[in-house]
Design a protein around this ligand. Sequence first.
Ligand code: PEP
Ligand code: MG
Length: 906
Amino acid sequence: MEKKRVYTFGNGQAEGKADMRNLLGGKGANLAEMNLIGVPVPPGFTITTEVCNEYFEKGKEAVVALLKEDVEKSVAGIESLMKSKFGDVENPLLVSVRSGARASMPGMMDTILNLGLNDEVVEGLARKTGNPRFAWDSYRRFVQMYGDVVLGMKPTNKDDIDPFEAIIEDVKKAKGVRLDNELDVDDLKELVVRFKAAVKAQTGSDFPNNAYEQLWGAICAVFDSWMNERAILYRKMEGIPVEWGTAVNVQAMVFGNMGDTSATGVCFSRDAGTGEDLFNGEYLINAQGEDVVAGIRTPQQITKTGSQRWAALQGISEADRLANYPSMEEAMPEIYKELDALQTKLENHYHDMQDMEFTVQEGKLWFLQTRNGKRTGAAMVRIAMEMLEQGMIDEKTAIMRCEPNKLDELLHPVFDKEALRSAKVLTRGLPASPGAACGQIVFFAEDAAKWRADGRRVVLVRIETSPEDLAGMTVAEGILTARGGMTSHAAVVARGMGKCCVSGAGAINVDYKARTVEIDGVLLKEGDFLSLNGSTGEVYQGEVVTKAAELSGDFAKLMSLCDKYTRLKVRTNADTPHDAQVARNFGAVGIGLCRTEHMFFDNQKIIAMREMILATDEEGRKKALNKLLPYQKADFKGIFKAMDGCPVNVRLLDPPLHEFVPHDLKGQEEMAQAMGVTVEYIRQRVESLCEHNPMLGHRGCRLGNTYPEITAMQTRAILGAAIELKKEGYDPHPEIMVPLTGILYEFEAQEKVIRATAAELFKEEGIEIPFKVGTMIEIPRAALTANRIASRAEYFSFGTNDLTQMTFGYSRDDIASFLPVYLEKKILKVDPFQVLDQNGVGQLIEMAVEKGRSVRPELKCGICGEHGGEPSSVKFCHKVGLNYVSCSPFRVPIARLAAAQAAIEE
Ligand code: PEP
Ligand code: MG
């Protein structure tokens, strides 16, 4: 049988359904499903995502030929349902042509509305509707959209003006009006004539009159838009593969701009910002959908509650609100009732928060789209937990609904309450995406990227944002716009990114040329500081201090639910009592890596540490080590206390030496004085310690094996601290780890020093503390000979930073010099230092676990490289049977969620 390329839907029937989103795209699958469950949807058809790939393989003409018969048949189907005819002068059918990929990509691809109009059809539409203004407005919008999108007239350079916008401005100026809707029918007719002349002048061809010619142009343009720059950037950011392709949805047009009984809007079954179980959304009377999303007119609220909250934020009185900004619930009560019932039906059907688009045409409600709504991290957790409580989903579904990386947003800073007290509120906008942000003002996406690269924090200030601003939004701390509602591009994209955004702050006057923004009489320049509260919509002058987020009860519920399903434990990498405490609060059940070299960055300690490294004999080293011992012991005591009752894995010294010796004159003079030697002596010693490949040099256990006195001192500090705490009534569980082991004998020699020192200390103190001695597995040779190493080592911890470095042969410090090119050319899919390379490095881990446990079945294995907090890597660790992952404190919740998901997926 020939492959099916076109799927029709309409009037309660559909050839597709919800679970066909890979083939029909999210929008297409849902349009079909909505028909099947009795939601009123304008009839239409979907061209599959597979055709998108065919389009890029075989080319335009071949694909049009393949589709022709099916498309014409499907159009005939719409015609009979809508009782009108495509291209007909007396009773015309107009259609929309939209993209729709498997994953939602808001605003990234192209759409064409009102297709099917020409100079004759527009007159027919005017007669049929008795509304010439509406007909001509639709026509001029269509010519503009088609010109921009299909005929390629939208300027690629942002500084150039859209030729159609220039004509509109010209006509408005001549007429002396400010707003588009102040133009009359004759003005609109003039616009069309001038638009078409512009098309002819720029493209050399006439604007297409034939409806099918228009349709094929639009279908191909939507496929083409899969490869436009912003779609490519968005896919890269969201990890969406190019092979997925986009579907094309062709659907009968319904009009929200046919007068005061028509409207259009966007709504959510729950609050996408906070997760509150509250139907909400925005609508505009007598408008088309793009007017809401593009943020050209600031829309009104759908529910009365929402409207009242909005008015309170804007400082608008109830009387003023009712007179000028009534909610849909108040202005169109019958339609509102129907809408509310249908949104409930859709949420109950999909068991998830829905993001819906609708149009009311002359009192009849149509749904144009529904999809699972994008939401903030906070909303994600709250919705999952509340739907669980409401019995809509089960525990496993609730866990799987949460995206581990999105938890990050909950952990983001909020404004310090004290700092807020003295901060000056300049104005208020809409709380479009929560969180606090503070940075220097920039007005252009390119500047945002540049400034960020220079290490500055920026706030992007725009009149409105468009998808072209995406690169700037990605790097900004926050986004402030003068126009646009909660569903404007800026709001939707920012929420998706978990980025603070205040939109629709009408009181700000942005001057792009002068690079200034005037807010309530205060003139701010590019580079001035501004602070935003995306949860309240407040805009503050200057820098307002932020502080860490406080976690909600729902977050705690999710975390404890995770523990119910998890096998993998989550520890943390921490070198200070503070970090250990933070991690413990996030649910870490021990320390998987305490990097002792990180404990010497303090001024006094670094001098003793440098003295130890610069010493040329054992006596000199011992002298310095004696100074270090009390510092180390005190540090360990603090950490053991914070992790009382939990295992603490302390790694012996692993410093690339060059990082610790003074390279500047001031530092060398300081050391000369401290050690009572000449500066020249220090300089020479520093030089002699220089290595060509410090990462492969005198570090890790190579240091402990050449200078065993270091290992002895550290053992004394670790176990000495544990003894003191034990005597004070605490319950320390020390583990001592040998770094950079490659050969069994390297480990054995270190173990000998550790055990001998421990025996000596226990005898001196008259008390014994149980402890384990284990090793890092971070050199490929250690993984290859893991059975030999496990004959002595009591546990393994995979140091995947070094293991990745040595397996790939990429320097972990210098990969940035070629990584971008490798990613660009797809030689690498991801940075292997961020996401564990399961095929290569992963194989070494899997093998080492197996070999290790073949000689020591109870061998505890964990991971402590940066990958320990990255969700896909955590899932791999679960799969290969590690006992725990260890990651930085703020990634502990992410790892806990990923670990639970891994167990559920299994
Ligand atoms: C590792 O190599 O993965 C590791 C945890 O050690 P470090 O990053 O300190 O080299
Ligand atoms: Mg390492």
